[in-house]
Ligand binder design. Structure first.
Ligand SMILES: Cc1cc2nc3c(=O)[nH]c(=O)nc-3n(C[C@H](O)[C@H](O)[C@H](O)COP(=O)(O)O)c2cc1C
Length: 238
C-alpha cells in the first residue's frame, strides 16, 4: 500500500470526512406512502445480479455517491468495517480476471455430466465490460465499535460489510446502474494484487456499470440452474 493509500484508510484521523448522502432538508421522519412502498417492492424485484454491461463510463461522483449510501448500512457495534477499493489499474484487473479463470475452472471440475455442461454455459462475471470494479473488504482489526456485539459471533463483522454491499446494490439499481457480485476468486490472490493490509478480508468483488438489459427474472433461474425458493419453505414457527 502506498503512503497516499494509507492516508485514506478509515482509521486515519487526519483523513477528510466524505460527503454524506443528502436526504430531505428537514429532520421530520418521512412517510413512505403506498406508492413508495410499491416502488420499493419493484426495486427489490428488479434488482438483478448483472453480468452483461455496456462499456460507457459511470461518473466517478456517482460511484462515490453509491459508496456513501452503502456506508449508511447497519453494522455490529456501529463498527463500519467496510473498506472499498476502486480497482482501476488494467494490470490489477487482469490479474483478478486470471484468478477468476482458475477458480472457475476448479469449480467446473467439481460438477459432472449435464450439470457440468450447464455450469460451463453460464456467464458468471462481467469483468471484461464493467467500467467500474470495486473490491469490498472487512477490516478484521478495526477498533471502531469497541468489540460490541461480536464477542461470541465474531463473523458479525463480515456480515456488516455484506450489509453495505446489499445497500450498494439497491442504491445502484435505483439509478439504473447494474452490479454483479463475483465470488469465484482466490481471495488471497485478490488481496495481494490489490496490496491491501493482511487483516482486510475480501467480502465482495463487484462489477458495476449500466446493464445491457433489465430483467425481472434472475439469470440463474432463466438458465435452469436454480429456481427461486418459496418463502414459506424457508420459514419455521417454533
Ligand atoms: C455472496 C454472493 C456471491 C455471488 N457470487 C456470484 C458469482 O461469483 N458469480 C455470479 O455470476 N453471481 C454471483 N452472485 C449472484 C447470484 O448468482 C445471484 O444473486 C442469484 O443468482 C440471484 O439472482 P439475482 O441477484 O439476479 O436475484 C453472488 C451473489 C451473492 C449474494
Amino acid at each position: 500500500m502506498t503512503e497516499t493509500d494509507r492516508a485514506k484508510t478509515p482509521d486515519d484521523p487526519t483523513r477528510e470526512a466524505s460527503a454524506s448522502p443528502k436526504g430531505s432538508e428537514t429532520l421530520t421522519p418521512p412517510v413512505f406512502d403506498q406508492s413508495f412502498q410499491q416502488q420499493f417492492i419493484d426495486l427489490l424485484l428488479w434488482r438483478r445480479d448483472v453480468r452483461r454491461f455496456r462499456t460507457d463510463p459511470i461518473p466517478e461522483a456517482d460511484i462515490d455517491g453509491l459508496i456513501a449510501e452503502a456506508c449508511l448500512a447497519p453494522s455490529v457495534g456501529n463498527c463500519q468495517p467496510w473498506r472499498f477499493v476502486k480497482v482501476n489499474a488494467p494490470e490489477r484487473r487482469r490479474a483478478i480476471r486470471d484468478s477468476f479463470e482458475r477458480a472457475n475452472q476448479q469449480a467446473l471440475n467439481d460438477y459432472e455430466g449435464e450439470r457440468a455442461k450447464l455450469y460451463a454455459s453460464l456467464k458468471l462475471q462481467g469483468m471484461d465490460q464493467a467500467p467500474v470494479q470495486l473490491a469490498v473488504f472487512a477490516d478484521e482489526e478495526t477498533e471502531a465499535g469497541m468489540g460490541l456485539g461480536r464477542k461470541t459471533m465474531p463473523e458479525m463483522l463480515d456480515y456488516s460489510a455484506v450489509a453495505a454491499v446489499q445497500l450498494l446494490w439497491l442504491a445502484a439499481r435505483v439509478k439504473g446502474i447494474g452490479m454483479g457480485w463475483v465470488s469465484i476468486l482466490e481471495p488471497n490472490v485478490v488481496q495481494q494484487v490489490l496490496d491491501v493490509p493482511e487483516h482486510w478480508r475480501l467480502i465482495a468483488y463487484l462489477c458495476i456499470g449500466y446493464p445491457e438489459e433489465d430483467n425481472v427474472v434472475p439469470e440463474l433461474v432463466r438458465h435452469g440452474w436454480q429456481d427461486r425458493i418459496d418463502p414459506h419453505d424457508v420459514t419455521l414457527d417454533r
